[in-house]
Every structure is written in structure tokens, then in C-alpha cells.
Write a protein that binds this ligand. Structure first.
Ligand code: ZN
Length: 332
């Protein structure tokens, strides 16, 4: 994420960083909270760069000096990142951090640490950190990141300046992707699926994603024709393309958006649809489904998504879904 993107996407965060540095009022501890994809970690790294950047003329980090570059590559001796070791952040990890911080800063007189998924600290780790936060050194800055603020100990929250990151409106992400020359049909879906500019952009550049979209449309077209044809799409294309849970989940999301589109067409809200190259197909098939049926189909897709976590055989899962999506259909 660039400084410009931070200013556009989370202007209050950019302003907070600039003001606190300008006025020499950098807090000892910050807690960045907000949904996945809102750019918390990127903002923490930008904060670090802004603090350590050797070119202090502008408000934004230069990205080219040795400090900016070392922070970017994770090699700055005075900037530490703590991430969960397996499923949790362990006490030893916090102790190591403390040990590291009792040494004088190697190059500047400041040190900064970022704790990613701070809600995953074990109770012991959280208590260790709490002691650490209670004896702040003037030159230490902590940035805790979390998607689940309610899971952080209140005693820790009360020692941090809490900064909330907002989810970006889909339109904003979509507009950005279009500026980058991403075709409309991929831009809309990528924006809706990710809620995140960077992830959406990466996804839209991925052939796998474009192919995934095609297979979803193929499945829908087959469902409107014959049960057997839909099964063939599953066996010949779907299962070999969506090969793990994450990919299956995305495939089902893509299918869900398609049925949502069908509902929009039925409700006369065609400007909302994501698969606008399929508009004629949707208009044709509007006579095949009632609103209630589409709602049932969407429910079936969501149930299939939930079943992904039960380790059900993917082929069985998809074949059952196809059956449900054919249920009550007025055609053979
Ligand atoms: Zn710099």
C-alpha cells in the first residue's frame, strides 16, 4: 500500500500518523482494529516508515531510503513484527520481544514493534505484554493489529490508542480497478469478493480467477438445461479447478453472486448486476424461476459453503448442490 492509497482509503489513519509525528505526540501503543483487508498491517508499516524515514521533508515516507527499504523487506533492526506461531502468539514470543527491546536501539533511538492478530495471544502472552505496556519506554512504539477487538483483554485495550479501520465501499475498489484497466466483469466480482484494493487487483490479474468465473457461468447455463449436463460441468471442470477449500469457497461465492444477479433482474434492478455479460441469459431464465426459488437456491449455496468445513467429499457436496439447484425447476 502506498501512502496515497492510505490517504484515500483510510484518511483518518493517515491524518493521525502525520499529526502525531509532526506534533511529536507518538503514543506508546496503538491498536489497529478492523476487518480483514482494510490495510491495518500496511498502515502499520507505513507508520514505521514514516517514523524511521531518513527523508523528513514530506509527510509521506520516501520508500527509497535505506530505512524505508529495510522496513519493507522486514530487515530493519529496530522494527519487529510478531506473528502467531501456529494458532497462537506464545509467551516466549513476547518475552523475546522484551529482551530485544531492553537492548538499546541499534541505529536510531527508537524501536517499534507490530503484533499481528494480537487477539491470538495466549493468556500468558497477553499478561506478559501487559507488563511491557505498563512500563513504556519513551522511545518504544507498539502497534497491535486485530480483526476481533472484543477478544483483546480490556486492560490491554485501555493502554492503547484504538484506531478503527473502515471497510471500503465496493464501488471505490471497483473504480480503482477500472482505472487500472481491469475489465468491468472481473473488476466487479473481484471487488465484491475481497473488500480490499490490493487483493482485488491481484485476483483480477489472475487467469485462474477469470477461468473460475467462466466455469461458474458454464455451470449455471448447464443447470438451466439438463441435470446431466450440470453434473458433467462439475466432473469435468469444477472439481479440477476448485481444488481446495479456499478455492471451493470462492467458487461458491461466485455462484452466489450469479444467483443474486438473477434476483436483481427479476426485481428490475439490472444496474446492480455483476455478471453483466450474461444479462441476456438472465433475462431469458427469469421466466424459469420465482423470487422464492432463487432465494432457496442462494440458501442452498450458503449451506454448501458451510459444509466445506465438515470435510465432506467435494464431489458429493457439489452433486448435492446441483440437485438442490434443480429442485422445483419447471424444465427438464
Ligand atoms: Zn524513506
Amino acid at each position: 500500500m502506498s501512502w496515497k492509497a492510505l490517504e484515500t482509503n483510510q484518511p483518518h489513519v493517515a491524518k493521525m500518523i502525520v499529526n502525531s509525528i509532526r506534533k511529536g505526540r507518538v503514543a506508546h501503543a496503538y491498536l489497529f482494529e478492523g476487518q480483514k483487508g482494510t490495510g491495518k498491517k500496511e498502515a502499520a508499516l507505513l507508520f514505521a516508515k514514516r517514523l524511521f524515514c531518513l527523508t523528513n521533508v514530506h509527510d509521506e515516507p520516501c520508500e527509497t531510503c535505506v530505512n524505508c527499504r529495510r522496513i519493507q523487506s522486514g530487515n530493519h533492526p529496530d522494527v519487529h513484527l510478531v506473528v502467531p506461531d501456529g494458532n497462537s502468539i506464545k509467551k516466549q514470543q513476547i518475552e523475546q520481544l522484551q529482551e530485544e527491546f531492553t537492548k538499546t536501539a541499534v541505529e536510531s533511538n527508537r524501536k517499534l514493534y507490530i503484533i499481528e492478530h494480537a487477539d491470538q495471544m495466549t493468556v500468558q502472552a497477553a499478561n506478559s505484554l501487559l507488563k511491557f505496556l505498563e512500563e513504556p519506554s519513551a522511545k518504544t512504539v507498539a502497534i497491535l493489529l486485530t480483526e476481533q477487538l472484543h477478544r483483546i483483554l480490556p486492560t490491554i485495550v485501555s493502554r492503547c490508542q484504538v484506531i478503527s479501520f473502515h471497510t471500503l465501499p465496493t464501488e471505490q475498489i471497483y473504480a480503482y480497478l477500472q482505472q487500472q484497466g481491469v475489465p468491468r466483469e472481473l473488476a466487479i466480482l473481484a471487488a465484491r469478493l475481497t473488500n480490499n484494493v490490493q487483493e482485488a487487483f491481484q485476483l483480477s490479474q489472475d487467469d485462474w480467477f477469470a477461468q473460475a468465473r467462466k466455469i461458474v457461468i458454464q455451470l449455471y447455463e448447464a443447470l438451466n438445461k439438463q441435470y446431466v449436463q450440470a453434473l458433467l460441468v462439475i466432473q469435468q471442470h469444477w472439481l479440477s479447478h476448485f481444488t481446495n477449500k479456499e478455492q471451493m469457497s470462492m467458487g461458491l461465492d461466485l455462484l452466489l453472486y450469479l444467483y443474486k444477479d438473477l434476483l436483481y433482474v427479476l426485481l428490475g434492478e439490472e444496474q446492480q448486476i455483476a455478471y453483466d455479460d450474461c444479462i441476456n441469459e438472465f433475462r431469458r431464465s427469469r421466466f424459469l424461476y420465482s423470487e422464492k426459488q432463487i432465494a432457496q437456491h442462494m440458501k442452498a449455496i450458503l449451506q454448501a459453503k458451510a459444509r466445506l468445513h465438515t470435510n465432506m467429499n467435494p464431489q458429493l457436496l457439489m452433486e448435492q448442490l446441483v440437485l438442490q439447484l434443480r429442485e422445483g425447476s419447471a424444465f427438464v
